[in-house]
Ligand binder design. Structure first.
Ligand code: GTP
Ligand code: MG
Length: 175
């Protein structure tokens, strides 16, 4: 297992928490989530190079990541409906020489036209939402061929029910 410390960096309300939550729980949050700040979320990805854990935090300032100097990579995010937020993301990429991916979020709200070097996503319907992650993992590992694989099946634990427990659970079902 390899762990990388990743900062999702971008101007306010570009969709940082929503993006992390999408990977963590699958939910889309229609409200702005203030409590995403200061939280570290570990998300596991099964890849052709084994289990990779991205330890993710968010910030609007790369110098205030909460990871000290241990940061490994960046998802530099901006809001396609607010073009001025792109500069914040681009500037963050210049502060330190780290593996990074530039992400244009909320593509559902704009006409799709592509800028070079930008991954367009929308967390709202998961459009391309895994592409920034795999692109970043490829940069972090230096392996352009790495890909996701399915999560290995987890064997359920063996549970032996005592006869009385089985009988009472049957009763509950009949009632
Ligand atoms: N339409 C649309 N709305 C989105 C998308 N992603 C996020 N949002 C909305 O954008 C708003 C801000 O999302 P957040 O995830 O709170 O943004 P943030 O960057 O974490 O904001 P701060 O941490 O407060 O700076 C919320 O209302 C989300 O529902 C998207 O892909 N499409
Ligand atoms: Mg947030």
């Amino acid at each position: 297992m390899t762990t990388y410390k990743i900062l999702v960096v971008g101007a306010e309300a570009v969709g940082k928490t929503t993006y992390i939550r999408r990977h963590q729980t699958g939910e889309f949050m229609s409200e702005r989530m203030i409590h995403g700040k200061g939280v570290t979320t570990n998300i596991s990805f099964y890849t052709t190079r084994g289990l990779i854990v991205l330890s993710m935090r968010e910030s609007d300032d790369i110098l205030d990541s909460g990871f000290d100097n241990e940061l490994d990579g960046l998802l530099a995010m901006y809001d396609l409906t607010r073009p001025h937020t792109k500069q914040v993301a681009v500037d963050a990429q210049k502060v330190r020489a780290l593996s990074s991916v530039l992400v244009g979020n909320k593509a559902d709200l704009v006409n799709m036209h592509h800028d070079d070097g930008v991954v367009y996503i929308y967390s709202k319907t998961n459009y391309h939402y895994e592409i920034p992650i795999i692109n970043l993992i490829r940069k972090l590992t230096g392996d352009a061929t790495v890909n996701f694989i399915d999560c290995p099946p987890i064997t359920p634990p063996l549970v032996t029910l005592r006869p009385r427990v089985t009988a009472s659970s049957k009763r509950i079902r009949i009632e």
